[in-house]
Design a protein around this ligand. Sequence first.
Ligand SMILES: Cc1ncc(COP(=O)(O)O)c(C=O)c1O
Length: 499
Amino acid sequence: MAQWTSAVGAAQLARLLKSQQERPAGPGTRRPPAYRALADGVRLLVLEGRVPVAARLPAERELALALAVSRTTVAAAYEALRAEGFLESRRGAGSWTAVPAGNPLPARGLEPLPPETLGSMIDLGCAALPAPEPWLTRSVQGALVELPPYAHTHGDYPAGLPALRAMLAERYTARGIPTMPEQIMVTTGAMGAIDAICHLFAGRGERIAVESPSYANILQLMREAGARLVPVAMAEGLAGWDMDRWRQVLRDAAPRLAYVVADFHNPTGALAGEDQRRGLVDAARSAGTVLVVDETMSELHLDDGLEMPRPVCGFDPAGSTVITVGSASKAFWAGMRIGWVRAAPDVIRSLVAARAYADLGTPVLEQLAVNWLLSTGGWEQAVDIRRDQARENRDALVAAVRRELPRWEFSVPRGGLTLWVRTGGLSGSRLAEVGERVGVRVPSGPRFGVDGAFEGYVRLPFTVGGAVADEAAARLAAAARLVETGASGGDDGPRTFVA
Ligand SMILES: Cc1ncc(COP(=O)(O)O)c(C=O)c1O
């Protein structure tokens, strides 16, 4: 059997290589021989996830024709890629992309640090904001009033409190997605929801298609569950989901699950349009893949007049293809640890049954607090505060980074909490390392990639504003200078990743 899970055609690869040449090169770049430039181009496309790992490359002759170079050049480039571990070939099966064993594979997601331990460090590690007071205090007070009848029970509600399940179902119904309480399970954050879904559907060795890049901690959760991640590259900027690519990967790899963040994707901030949503559902349905849609960011639309598209599950009226995950973490406060799943009743029953051997349930008091917010209208007011904070922070951060780091490139998203930044050819891993020394903690791109991709990126969250955003950008610029000049001390790895 072939080792590849998707294929990239000669014309498509030529187009991708061409768009790459139009980008500014990293510092200190010299013009390499043609075969080397081609090998580096392909290597970069793989590392950035724009050509997935395990994608079959065109035959040498076809690519030579599409690029108008000699077949010898392509053969030498493929040979170089093979020697470096970026290509594997087998007679009769062709050549497919790979990543070398020694590549800086991300072994970690993002680890939040206790705020008390940070000192003067500016923490850009987590995309989560402080509670939108006074609503946290009010909701907990409201929960305490509601608590007495529950105090007489054993307190284990594996599916969630009936009142909160009914309230969440009502909210989907109000969004135009008729939903019964039996279709809802309350979980311990979106992480708890996706963990439960992975355990139910995707056992060890099972394939899961993921956006490339994607949210670091979900990728890590899936890796630890033993899944084989099949990356599907996000299109440039905020264009998001390339439906040809998704259709191809889902058809060729037939993964058990596909995981997408269609609303203000983490980290790129892209928002899927209705055609993309419909396309994702159709492609998943045809491939027999369950589409897990993470709506954690969906309420964080930051720009006036932005019309939110229909939820992805709205394109799956039979309810057999899409599982939706929601969370109070971004719209309200991550410290609540409240998330939920919306799925067909039989899926919910299976998830609930499996929960007896996982965390048994979600804390009652926090469920009551979220239910209080949703039933009093406090939720909308809290989310408004949250949006104002995120918008101000986004605008301050964007202005500060443009001023301090004019060579860094990004597209400003219309919502969510993250800016995905190309660092002008500097190594994101080195920036993260040196950043810690100059007082700014920032996650490097490879944490959001499947196989060491995105070395030339960092993710910046909308969690600081005003003077702190200015200072964060100034520290990032100091780190960039140290990385660029090689004056950062310590064991200097490669400074630039663009050859
Ligand atoms: C897309 C996405 N999903 C899930 C999570 C985690 O959510 P929770 O705190 O509800 O577990 C995050 C947090 O950053 C996220 O960005």
